[in-house]
Design a protein around this ligand. Sequence first.
Ligand code: AMP
Length: 519
Amino acid sequence: MNIASLLTQATAAHPDNTAIVQGDYRLSYLKFEARVNRLANALQQRGVRTHDHIALWMTNGPQMLEAMFAAFKLGAGLVPINFRLHPHEIAYIIENSQASTLFTTEEFDKSVPDIRDLIPDVQHFITTGPTSKESHNYESLLEEEEESFSDVDVHPDDVAWLFYTSGTTGRPKGAMLTHQNLWGMTDRFYLDICPNFSDAEVVLHAAPLSHGSGLYALPNIGKAATHVFLESTSFDPQIALETIAAQNVTNLFAAPAMIKRFVDCPTIDQTDTSSLQALIWGGAPMLVEDLQQAIVKFPNMVQIYGLGETPMTITYLPSCDHVLEGSEQQIKRLGSAGICRSEVEVAIVDDKDGFLATGEKGEIVTRSEVMTKGYWRDPEATAITLRNGWLHTGDIGYFDEDGYLFLMDRSKDLIISGGENIYPREIEEILAQHPAVKEVAVIGVPNSDWGEAIKAVVARNQGHQVTEDELIGYCKSRLASYKKPKSVDFVAALPRNNYGKILKRELRAPYWQDRDRHI
Ligand code: AMP
């Protein structure tokens, strides 16, 4: 069944529920779906067909959500793009996806002529702003269109979403997510993550719709939830907190970097966030120290671990495991990614794909219905990632005896120093406990004696002074000596992509110029 029927059925059941809120702008489900249908009709009439690809270079907002569902309804594959990428990176994704249609929000229109020659397959340009000789205006397209549309029949294996990897390790690749994958993701969300989800949900899209919050919109649409959008595209924690209070937001998805900004926001204690029944977090690791501070402020947290290739769905750490006090084991589990999701297999393998026992560290592999069928136009990468029928995550981890999965690091972030495998996260967890440390990333840098040496890159808390020697000494008193950093660099802030992931590749690059480490 077409994943668009999440919307069709929600509208049939709850036509008067509020679908959209942005400032004073509000739309009911009936009106929202009518706009989606008009858009689907407009696209179909202009020749956009089932299996075409539709790229979205848009900021969060009601029109982006409409475009997503219009694409689903048409049986076209959606290609949402991280709008903070450089226009040439965006052009790469559009060209690679062979999209026939490009939606832009107004602020990006000035860059389109610069990349026009790089995206020859695009035939339809649709903008929320004023038109040029090649483009159509979004709102004008909707005028005079029918308000009804029959969702196109799709095969469960048809591509619904081309999810471009965030490219922290190289050129982005388009993971093909099928209608079946998105159904599997949505069903398991209701089953494991929010079993009490009702038609009274209010979701705040504070994270990008092109990534976590877009996937997360699906189970919310299915329950006819209200989707609240902020008016600004840059994340302001104070405004987001005020919006939670003003709109009685019941659930939201946030990356760890956003949660840290919520916790550090000076107005958090004066803002009533008690409506929030579920703060779902994931997409990157959160250090235990940061998580504990967050739990104080947000008692209803659930962690999800997934990849674009297995959207939102490998393991989860339920709310009941987000504890501030408990046994040593319970506290340790705060540093885990939790337990396997329903009907999802997860295993740990060595570099020859042999299965490893409980406690042994290796690559995390998974298989389930919520698993990409491969990368678009990249059979080689598909064969490597999906070898032996398992999706290879590139993450290193281990299971404890109770089935909790501990993520160590991305395999490319592992440091090999003097023949020892060193997991940066272990050192980051220690340094994060130091009162002067605001943010930390640990990387390997070239060293003629050891192959790689451990370097910590630290952003200090305002008003705190701490020296390199003090931080190295701090680690030495808490970790095996060979794991202590050999050096510490201080920076104002760590580089992150707009999904909140620390760009370790970027941090490593200056040290590895002209060397052959795969940075
Ligand atoms: P993406 O495909 O862009 O969503 O990135 C997926 C990667 O993000 C995973 O392979 C992990 O390295 C990381 N990640 C996602 N969720 C978590 C989590 N809950 N804890 C730690 N890392 C995570």
